[in-house]
Design a protein around this ligand. Structure first.
Ligand code: OKS
Ligand code: ZN
Length: 387
């Protein structure tokens, strides 16, 4: 497997609220270090360590603006230095929200507070998304890994019978070691350790840079006959990807399916009833498969088959995987009974059922740091066995 990594993703280092205590965030730099060490040690994969140039950073931020409000992006980028200047935070500390956005306020136009202290709560929905001195650099580096993964795959053959792509090199899959993760944050709120939606940014990149998309301009005589790219998102993290679901809820060209802990974080989304807007072409392009606390791998596999059949039926051009290892049986933030060898079966099942789909795999959660490496290697072994 080609694996993309950027050392800048290690800089983000923050705290979160757990019960009554502030603790070092469980989404830590050590997670990526452990994975990189294991990958290097195995010698089985091509680890490509990249560094986002200024040009890459600009492109990534421009692509992020298709999925997030510009003022939200500006806030995430600048809040730490603004708080530092005002003496609200020390250099080694993190920005955390105080007062969250009110919902359904009658007769009031909801707008960002003028107070920079208050604004942290306007642009977040929980207290697990602290912002440290170098967080922004890591957030952009993480999203850039997603962009670079998409750019590599945009050159690869797709199902769209694009004449331009027939002689392109065949890259079937790529894994990006994104950190921070992305599937929880919405267009204007950080949450669940997520700041920019890496999956959404991948899709924007494909739409912008795939050759077939250029064919879709009305000036092209083949315009009407060239179909729109379709994407399938398979969210294997323990938690429901509320941010990703929201980004594509109205979009009939993107199918989102997720297997996740029922009634777990982020608590308000992830029900099977969320199928897309009724009476719209996007109805049926959202498939939530919640699983009870303590579910076994057999129960997980049954849901996985449902998700994969639905993706087959949808007929996507690209597969995007939100890969989390917080489904592991000892994970502090997950409650499934999944073990290391199960990830091999899981990945093999996915790849066997979706063999022809070019795939971008992005890292999301997983917090048992000293088992992350072996769990990822197990997943990749199964994936490559079926590829
Ligand atoms: C407690 C932790 C809240 C975030 C849990 C979910 C993070 C995750 N403050 N999402 O996929 O792994
Ligand atoms: Zn998770």
């Amino acid at each position: 497997m080609l694996i993309l990594h950027d050392e800048t993703t290690l800089l983000h280092d923050t705290v979160e609220l757990l019960g009554a205590k502030l603790i070092p965030a469980q989404e830590s730099p050590a997670r990526i270090k452990a994975i990189v060490d294991a990958v290097k040690h195995s010698g089985n994969h091509e680890l490509r360590t990249i560094s986002a140039s200024e040009e890459d950073q600009k492109t990534t931020i421009a692509l992020a603006k298709a999925n997030h409000k510009p003022e939200y992006i500006e806030h995430i980028q600048n809040v730490f230095s603004q708080w530092l200047k005002e003496g609200l935070v020390e250099a080694h500390e993190s920005v955390l929200p105080e007062c969250f956005r009110l919902q359904n306020v009658a007769n009031a136009k909801l707008r960002p507070p003028k107070d920079i202290y208050a604004r942290a709560g306007y642009y977040a929905f929980d207290m697990s998304t602290g912002i440290s001195k170098n967080s922004w650099q890591s957030i952009v580096a993480s999203a850039n890994l997603a962009v670079q993964a998409a750019l590599l795959m945009a050159e690869a053959p797709t199902n769209s019978k694009n004449p331009f792509q027939q002689n392109s090199p065949k890259l079937k899959s790529v894994l990006a070691l994104c950190r921070p993760p992305g599937h929880h944050c919405t267009g204007s709120q950080a949450g669940g350790y997520c700041y920019l939606n890496n999956i959404a940014i991948t899709i924007t990149t494909f739409r912008q840079f795939t050759h077939s998309q250029r064919l879709r301009r009305p000036s092209n005589p083949n315009f009407a006959s060239v179909s729109t790219l379709k994407f399938a998102i398979l969210d294997l993290d323990f938690h429901h990807g509320n941010g990703t679901q929201e980004q594509f809820y109205m979009d009939p060209t993107v199918f989102y399916t997720s297997i996740h802990g029922q009634d777990e974080f982020p608590y308000y989304t992830g029900a099977a009833s969320e199928q897309g807007p009724s009476n719209s072409p996007a109805f049926g392009t959202n498939l939530n498969l919640p699983l009870k606390t303590g579910s076994s791998f057999e129960e997980y596999l049954a849901k996985l088959h449902i998700a994969l059949s639905a993706i087959q039926q949808f007929g996507a051009d690209h597969l995007l995987v939100s890969l989390g290892f917080d489904t592991f049986h000892t994970d502090p933030l997950g409650k499934f009974q999944i073990e290391t060898q199960d990830y091999k079966v899981m990945a093999k099942t996915v790849r066997a059922m979706l063999k022809n789909l070019p795939a971008v795999i992005l890292l999301e959660g997983g917090y048992v740091v000293d088992r992350l490496g072996e769990n990822l290697l197990s997943f990749l072994a199964g994936w490559e066995e079926a590829e």
